[in-house]
Ligand binder design. Structure first.
Ligand code: F2R
Ligand code: MG
Ligand code: MG
Ligand code: MG
Length: 345
């Protein structure tokens, strides 16, 4: 028996792992039909035969592990250490479905012996930097480590962790949005799933809009705030968007701007029952809806499920789904270690 906050820490990282592992088989599929997905999600929840089918993690989890381990080991952000862990992890297992260009950063880091760990990322895309969601997808440990941090410090830490691979503001601001959303879910006082009715999606979103407005205030445009504002309209009008509408309105691609707001919308939408798939479990609804939008399914599911996990805790996640994911015990341990670090234990 762990405290509800420790349970929320576990839910955050286990949610991220689960979305990655169980969303990955559909990554790149433009649409996922209702019958295929219903069959898939239903079977995942049933134990048949003596051997449970396991699902592998991808780059999303590989990098999340490195972020968590580095923060724990260094007791804070150490650019060289984190860059080394990303690179080492990639070298050990390069076939984890990494982004097409981020792998050049790892090669350049190695070639320059990590002399300036920020330099290779700056050179990406002719100096524009990556706007991919590769930083947002790995940011959950930062929200945990920064549980007690003031707003500016949490944003700075997130940005620093991002700049090792993503120097385009689309990339690092996407990570900041995802981190702030997890942080807010962790701080939302819900003791268990029976209190789900207490959760107010509109308030949650309004508070996120306030935060993102601060983050983007000095910039020439405010793309993340704008997407959150259009989400607010959808939520206020109580529209219940289907998969195609979600993909059309918020995107389902590898750019952070086309996947972080999508994950946040899915997290909010999954609070209510789905027409497409009947289940009482909010976590299963989050997973189902994430995959249904197609495109970058592992990453969208990972980010959305991490939010659901941060709100309700790991005990809301069906155990059989956790058992199906590679490295689930290791991830649980990392969540516990982050909790202990934050609590000063
Ligand atoms: N890479 C994938 N999935 C495709 C193949 C996986 C398949 N299962 C397999 O194994 O073959 N997934 C992973 O990549 C995403 C995270 O990517 P990240 O870390 O942001 O990488 P990168 O390379 O920096 O950016 C991704 C692509 O975005 C475009 N892009 C980014 N910035 C750009 C810019 N400034 N100008 C133009 N294009 C830019 C490029 O196409 C990049 O290759 C996650 O989905 C993860 O799961
Ligand atoms: Mg991936
Ligand atoms: Mg619970
Ligand atoms: Mg992906």
């Amino acid at each position: 028996q762990v405290s509800q906050l420790a349970n929320k820490f576990r839910g955050t990282l286990i949610g991220a792992l689960l979305g990655d592992c169980l969303g990955a088989p559909f990554e790149g599929d433009f649409v996922v039909t209702k019958s295929v997905l219903t069959n898939y999600v239903t079977k995942l929840q049933v134990e048949t035969g003596s051997v449970l089918q396991m699902y592998s993690y991808t780059d999303d989890t590989a990098m999340t592990k490195s972020v968590a381990e580095s923060l724990l080991e260094c007791k804070g952000f150490d650019a060289k250490d984190m860059a080394k862990r990303f690179t080492f992890e990639y070298e050990q297992q390069p076939k984890r479905g990494y982004g097409a260009n981020v792998v050049d950063v790892f090669s350049a880091l190695k070639l320059t012996d990590f002399e300036d760990p920020f330099a290779p990322a700056k050179a990406q895309f002719k100096g524009l930097g990556s706007y991919g969601n590769g930083s947002a997808m790995r940011i959950s440990p930062v929200a945990l480590f920064g549980y007690n941090m003031p707003f500016d410090q949490l944003c700075d830490l997130t940005k620093n962790c991002s700049l090792l691979t993503h120097t385009n503001r689309g990339g690092y601001n996407g990570a900041i949005l995802q981190c702030l959303a997890i942080h807010q879910a962790l701080h939302t006082n819900i003791t268990d799933i029976n209190e789900a009715a207490k959760f107010n999606s509109k308030e949650f979103l309004n508070s996120l809009i306030d935060s993102m407005t601060k983050v983007e205030k000095d910039e020439t445009s405010q793309p993340f705030t704008d997407k959150l504002l259009s989400m607010k309209k959808v939520i206020e009008e109580e529209k219940e968007l289907g998969a195609l509408d979600i993909a059309y309105l918020f995107g389902h691609g590898v750019a952070a701007i086309n996947s972080v707001p999508t994950a946040i919308y899915i997290f909010l939408r999954a609070q209510k029952p789905l027409q497409e798939y009947e289940t009482d479990n909010v976590f299963v609804r989050t997973l189902y809806l994430s995959i249904s939008v197609g495109g970058d399914t592992d990453t969208i599911a990972s980010m959305a499920c991490s939010l659901t996990g941060a709100l309700y805790g790991a005990t809301e996640i069906p155990e059989i789904l956790i058992k199906r994911c590679e490295v689930n015990e290791e991830i649980m341990k990392l969540a516990d270690n982050l909790y202990a670090a934050v609590m000063g234990k």
